[in-house]
Design a protein around this ligand. Structure first.
Ligand SMILES: NC(=O)c1ccc[n+]([C@@H]2O[C@H](COP(=O)([O-])OP(=O)(O)OC[C@H]3O[C@@H](n4cnc5c(N)ncnc54)[C@H](O)[C@@H]3O)[C@@H](O)[C@H]2O)c1
Length: 306
């Protein structure tokens, strides 16, 4: 296969680092863009510390590198931050994305793969599991921003040479997820349990989510770039409650304390699970990592961080 250039935004983040490592195994030239420095560097990757909202600098980078594909992962990723700081969410999720899309279209980049959301795209009134035919009804600013970007992608690329694939993942987890932030319950609970600290559960803990292991997400991103452009959910179809996550982690770690309960947070949906049959049919993707195995791998990594 001739060498291609692949540009990854959000490359210093959790999923971005995993994707960079997967791409690095290919023969391609990899360009990484993030407004933050990466926690670790891969020798062969070309890193750029840029805010995507800076259109002239993004134009310059895209003109210089002429990527065949852009994996657009950069985002403000916390629902609760989006409730507290909606303008920041709109800047990082909407304004920055529109700037990137305009630049990609201007330079006729053949493909954009966008990581949207499955977990925050649907509301409490819809039946679980959600599928691509479920009416979208985001309940958080974060979900609204992701949906807006899906629409901007459709409108701005219409009739152009840029094709778009959209992946809507559930709750992604795995090694290297930030355990000091406000998103990523498995990383946060796991790190606190390993330090024998209190663990706070928002609400009664019966809220459910569809937890999808990061390697499975990298697999669907690769498929979304290689196969025909489309929009697909990426989940296991299994609902797991926060209380179940607490119990699984407590058992894996040997944590003896009970959780502390705090009021439910604005923007959080009650139940979520994603039917990913479409991704199987159109992209040949199915998740392969069971939750128990993914949690064991995540706990093993968290132990190395103590
Ligand atoms: N982690 C999940 O559970 C989950 C679930 C569904 C969808 N997603 C989506 O997947 C993608 C990756 O998620 P993640 O968990 O790796 O997030 P992350 O927070 O670990 O990484 C996001 C990265 O984007 C960068 N970024 C934010 N705004 C930027 C800007 N304006 N310019 C340049 N860089 C910017 C941040 O610095 C960060 O390194 C995101 O788009 C997220 O919304 C994540």
């Amino acid at each position: 296969m001739p060498q291609k250039c692949i540009l990854v935004t959000g490359s210093s983040g959790f999923v971005g680092q995993h994707l960079l490592r997967r791409l690095n195994g290919s023969n391609h030239r990899i360009v990484a863009v993030d407004k933050e420095q990466p926690p670790t560097f891969i020798d062969e990757v070309h890193y750029h510390t840029i805010d995507l909202s800076n259109r002239p600098i993004i134009d310059e980078l895209i003109a210089d590198t002429s990527p065949d594909m852009i994996f657009h992962l950069a985002a403000q990723t916390s629902v609760s931050v989006s409730s507290r700081e909606p303008i920041q969410d709109i800047q990082d999720n909407v304004t920055a994305s529109v700037s990137l899309i305009q630049s990609a279209v201007h330079f006729s980049i053949p493909r954009i793969v966008f990581t949207s959301t499955g977990g925050a795209m649907y509301g409490d009134s819809s039946e679980v599991p959600f599928s691509e035919s479920t009416s979208v009804n985001p309940q958080s600013i974060y979900g609204v921003s992701k949906l807006a970007v899906e629409h901007y992608l459709r409108v701005l690329t219409y009739g152009t040479e840029t094709a778009v694939s959209v992946v809507r993942p559930g709750n992604i987890y795995g090694p290297e997820q930030n355990h000091l932030g406000e998103a990523g319950v498995i990383a946060i609970f796991g790190a606190r349990m390993l330090s024998d600290e209190n663990v706070t559960v928002f609400g009664d803990g019966n809220d459910t989510r569809d937890y999808i292991y990061v390697d499975d997400v990298v697999n669907i991103l690769m498929a979304a770039g290689e196969k025909a452009p489309d929009t697909c959910l990426a989940g296991t179809g299994i609902e797991t409650s926060t209380n179940q996550i607490f119990a699984l982690l407590a058992s894996a770690i040997g944590y003896g304390q009970q959780p502390i309960h705090a009021p439910a947070r604005a923007g959080d949906v009650r139940r979520s699970a994603l039917d990913s049959d479409k991704a199987g049919k159109v992209w040949g993707w199915t998740p392969t990592t069971p939750l128990s195995e993914g949690i064991a791998k995540t706990v093993a990594w968290l132990k190395t961080q103590q």
